[in-house]
Structure formats: structure tokens, C-alpha cells
Ligand binder design. Sequence first.
Ligand code: AHG
Ligand code: MN
Ligand code: MN
Length: 322
Amino acid sequence: MRRLPPVLLEDGCPRELISLIRTILAACKEISFRVGQGALSGVLGSTLDENIQGETQKKLDVVTNQLLKDILLESGYVKAIASEEEDYTVAGNPDAEYIVAFDPLDGSSNTDINSLVGTIFSIMKAPEGSDAADQSIFMQPGKNQVAAGYVLYGPCTTLALTTGKGTRFFTLDKTHGTFLLTQDFAQVPEDTNEYAINASNQRHWQPAMQSYIDDLMAGETGPRARNFNMRWIAAMVGDVHRVLCRGGLFTYPTDTKDPNKPNKLRLLYEANPMAMLIEQAGGIASTGTERIMDIQPDAIHQRVAVILGSKNEVETCLGYHK
Ligand code: AHG
Ligand code: MN
Ligand code: MN
């Protein structure tokens, strides 16, 4: 089986970008080990702190953020980082070419129940001549990403990666500590009978999403004339992995539950990298009104509505939003 660096070299991926990706993966291997140790590594449970977004931080949120931050900044391959768990961006090597936004631990609520969690990352180029300490270097649309991926810490540790030449899966060989290519060019099936949404928010959704989900739930006697199945992992990384493997529609739509927080998922380190992976596998990623990767960000922790997955099903859902 083929290792990650030669696969990327064949794609014509610049050496510095490969080194940066390998640096992120070095941290992810350590995270995979610690997550795998569970209670034995003393990382389960919550801290007494909140992040800038008002969410209580789990011990693993803090540990994984520190690991990624330290290894990235020490490597010299990164000009600046933005993380879910950092209030502001952090400057790195002023001469480096790339910037990285990451969600160090996606699915934090799953940590204490031995369920799926992952790390999501997005890599862009810093604008020419920019200052590493300038937050605005991250204010670029997702279509500028040069690479995006996630590492899913499940029964096995899987990397989904794109550098703009398709989406590939690699599996961590834990005996040798290497990521081996296990699927070239993943393709999201265009049609699906499966959807993922936190249905407990139903009464807070907007009318378009209400009617779309009503029609799915009506099954074979409703307007869609077939039955649909529902799944919800409470970790976007797990839900998106399922969609990449066997198709589906995943959404976290706008809702009115908390007037100060109409959307849940963050653009820079959740929606954008997942959108690139999905589009590179033939799927669609939209807010309901626009392509996610076209959004011009104005804040590092900005949130967006997300509807992504199988092409025909996402298009059907978007039809309800017109
Ligand atoms: P995080 O753990 O990084 O804060 O992200 C959790 C996100 C996402 O992964 C998941 O799809 C969603 O929150 C789950 O939300 P609910 O708790 O509302 O189901
Ligand atoms: Mn997350
Ligand atoms: Mn997180």
C-alpha cells in the first residue's frame, strides 16, 4: 500500500505543503493515541473554562489544541494558525507560505462516551507580503484552500484528504505509525435515501427546511414516494465521513433556538474544509442560498448554515429554499 508523501508528490503537490500536511498528521497520530487510551490517559471530562464562543471546553479540546498549535508553530511551515479553541489567530514563521485553520477536536460531546471524534483542518496561502500577526490573512473564501482534510478517530484512524485533485482516504497503520492510501478518488453517490439533521431543533428551523424534512419523513406515501433513513452522530466529522463513504445529505441549518446564534457550524475550520472534500468527491456544499466555498469571511469564528452531500439530494433540498 502507498504512503502519503509519494502519493502527494505524484500529484505535483509542493514539498513545503507536503511537509506541512505531515506536520499536522504527526500531531493527529499523537491525538489518535491519546483518544485510544481513553480514561487511561486522563483526558476525559470537562475543564472549568469556556472558549471565546461560550462553549465549555473539554480536557481533550485543550490538549488537542495545544498539541496541534505547538507542533505547527515549532515546524516553521506555517505563517499563522486559527483554531476553534484560540480567541485570535496566532502568528508563526513570518516567512512561511501557508496558514492553517483547524478544529482540533470535532464532536467534543462524544469524548466521554467512547464515540466518534476527529480533527478538521484547512490550508490556504497567506497573501503575498502579509503580516503573520494580521488576523485578516484568514479572511479568504474557501475556494482559496490548497488542501483540506480530517482525521477521524474511530475504530480505526482514517484521514480524508484533498489537495484539489480528488478526495482520498488513508488509514493509519498503528504498528508503523504511517498513513497508507486505502481509497483513491472517493465519490459521493449522486442519489441517497439517508439524511442527517438534529431533529430536536425542528420547531426552530426555517419554513424551507421544515417542509423539506416533512417530505422526507412522509416516506413512500408522501411527495418523495420513497422511504428515507436518518442518522446523527453529533460529530460533523463522523457524519461527513459516512456521506463520503456511502452518500447522504448532512445539514445543520439556520434555526431560531438562540437569537444570538442562528447557525452552529464554523465556516473556516468546519464548513470550508468539509465543503472542499465533498466537492472534490462530486458532491455539493451550500448554505441553502450560496456555495459555501464562495463566502467571503469577516470573522475567524463566523458560523454558517450547512447543507452538503449527494448531488441530487442536495439540489432537491436547495429547491425548497428558492
Ligand atoms: P465541536 O465539538 O467542535 O464543538 O463541534 C460539534 C458540532 C458538529 O461536529 C456537530 O455536527 C454538531 O456540533 C452537533 O451539534 P448538536 O449537539 O446540536 O447535535
Ligand atoms: Mn467541530
Ligand atoms: Mn471542536
